[in-house]
Write a protein that binds this ligand. Structure first.
Ligand SMILES: *[C@@H]1O[C@H](CO)[C@@H](O)[C@H](O)[C@H]1NC(C)=O
Ligand SMILES: *[C@@H]1O[C@H](CO)[C@@H](O)[C@H](O)[C@H]1NC(C)=O
Ligand SMILES: *[C@@H]1O[C@H](CO)[C@@H](O)[C@H](O)[C@H]1NC(C)=O
Ligand SMILES: *[C@@H]1O[C@H](CO)[C@@H](O)[C@H](O)[C@H]1NC(C)=O
Length: 220
């Protein structure tokens, strides 16, 4: 009797465990679990982030031409910005070839993900700035210089309880992104074409000419 009662409660426990669901994600709360962590500086990185598992619904094989493309960045100007000063910008996806890549890192002292991007007077200077999700229904972009941006972090994915290779960037338990081409726009940083990643937040839906993808930390 005792054995079967114990067995029954173990069974209940197992079926209640969330990681038995087909997809489960777990947040990485400490930089020390990310690639290239230094215990001396408490910094993991630098690394780029890249398009991973991108799905192209209009292609017969589902493959995306931008699979594996890495992070770049561009700056934005808005009404009310101070002239001749770079205040904010966003992370882009750029071609594997030729383009300037933008590096990111996890700063364990501040517990933030940062990018090495332009900011400040004139043409700006490269420095590390915290990045986060511009939590506005029309964007969901990964930005710096916006104080109300939602923090991002890394997540591990599990499929039917088995860990999936790689660590993926997300926010608020959401790791699905969409990517679209910037069209004829070129980046201010290197005058090359680029793509714009957006985190799929509850308020957004995928648009025409957008591709679903994950964003993976390179080296993970
Ligand atoms: C990491 O650094 C801390 C001190 O900052 C030290 O106590 C700890 O032993 C170090 N761990 C490793 C694995 O070197
Ligand atoms: C998606 O597939 C279509 C049709 O094959 C192709 O024209 C387009 O360039 C692809 N886009 C990406 C981002 O892979
Ligand atoms: C994310 O998921 C975990 C585990 O399911 C949960 O404990 C946590 O509250 C969730 N966080 C957010 C911000 O939704
Ligand atoms: C991502 O999108 C898929 C397909 O819509 C969905 O099943 C999954 O729950 C989403 N997962 C996360 C972690 O965002």
């Amino acid at each position: 009797m005792l054995t079967s009662a114990v067995f029954a409660s173990l069974f209940l426990l197992a079926s209640a465990q969330p990681w038995k669901r087909s997809l489960f994600i777990e947040s990485i709360t400490d930089c020390s679990q990310l690639p290239s962590y230094s215990n001396d500086t408490k910094i993991a990185g630098p690394w780029t982030i890249k398009v991973d598992s991108c799905y192209n619904g209009t292609s017969p094989d589902g493959l995306c031409s931008i699979e594996g493309f890495e992070s770049g960045s561009d700056i934005t100007r808005q009404r009310g910005d101070r002239p001749n000063t770079i205040e904010h910008g966003f992370i882009t996806i750029v071609s594997d070839k030729n383009n300037l890549k933008t590096q990111l890192r996890c700063n364990g002292l501040l517990n933030t993900i940062e990018a090495y991007v332009l900011s400040g007077p004139g043409d700006g200077a490269l420095d590390w700035h915290a990045v986060g999700i511009d939590h506005h229904p029309s964007t969901g972009r990964l930005v710096w210089g916006k104080p109300d941006a939602e923090p991002v972090q890394a997540y591990r994915h599990y499929h039917h309880g088995e860990p999936v290779d790689g660590l993926f960037l997300g926010s608020n338990n959401q790791t699905n992104w969409s990517v679209h081409s910037a069209g004829r726009d070129v980046s201010i940083t290197d005058m090359k074409p680029y793509w714009v990643p957006r985190l799929m937040i509850p308020e957004t839906s995928i648009r025409e000419n957008e591709f679903r993808t994950l964003i993976r930390i390179d080296g993970s």
